[in-house]
Design a protein around this ligand. Structure first.
Ligand SMILES: [Zn+2]
Ligand SMILES: [Zn+2]
Length: 204
């Protein structure tokens, strides 16, 4: 029943101007949603969008050209700060970087600890996006829930092979190399590090 409600909830294609960004939750939008007047875009382009703007890599809605894709596609984890800032110019990623995370997900993450989460992220990503094919491609990562890695994947565009293709230049339909998997896991772990208060917990 819960599931059904999620599916039926109306998602905005373009978030109306009167709705403030900080009131948007992941359940209000899809990876195609935009809020261009607040500089929150969508770089996932269909062939039609590419035709409309005459090129790839710009916002499908307004044509904003904000991401240095060559730099992004270096997939250099040392450049994560740039990559995260670039990711945050896309509405869906922005929302995942700022949305309130289910307190249970935080609690479970704190209990697991960083080492455990690293192992778990590698396993989950390997299963969900690491193989050449996934029967549930595009829907393999839930929008919310009690798994912090889920939030991290959407925030870092490691949630499905299509997002991984345009953000990280990883070809769909191929199994990830160890290096690619390491890279994706590292993005996820850095998000978790930023959003889960591990240190505060230690100092209690
Ligand atoms: Zn836009
Ligand atoms: Zn995705």
């Amino acid at each position: 029943m819960e599931e059904e409600k999620f599916e039926k909830k109306k998602k905005f294609k373009r978030v109306p101007a009167e709705i403030p960004v900080d009131q948007i939750t992941p359940l209000d939008i899809t990876c195609g949603s935009t809020k261009c007047e607040d500089e929150l875009h969508c770089f996932r382009m269909s062939n039609k969008d590419i035709k409309k703007h005459g090129r790839k890599g710009v916002c499908k809605e307004c044509g904003a050209d904000l991401v240095d894709w060559r730099r992004m596609h270096e997939n250099d984890i040392e450049d994560a700060e740039y990559m995260f800032n670039a990711l945050k110019t896309e509405l869906i990623r922005h929302v995942y970087w700022h949305t309130e995370i289910n307190p249970e997900a935080i609690e479970i993450a704190l209990k697991r600890g960083k080492n455990d989460l690293a192992t778990r992220a590698r396993k989950l990503l390997g299963q969900k996006v690491g193989k050449a094919q996934n029967w549930n491609e595009g829907r393999q990562t839930p929008m919310m829930g009690k798994e912090i890695i889920t939030y991290a994947q959407h925030a870092t565009a490691t949630c499905c092979r299509r997002c991984m293709e345009y953000w990280h230049n990883i070809t769909p339909g191929t199994a990830l190399t160890e290096e690619q998997l390491d890279y994706c896991v590292e993005l996820v772990l850095r998000y978790i590090d930023e959003r889960v208060p591990f240190e505060e917990e230690q100092n209690k």
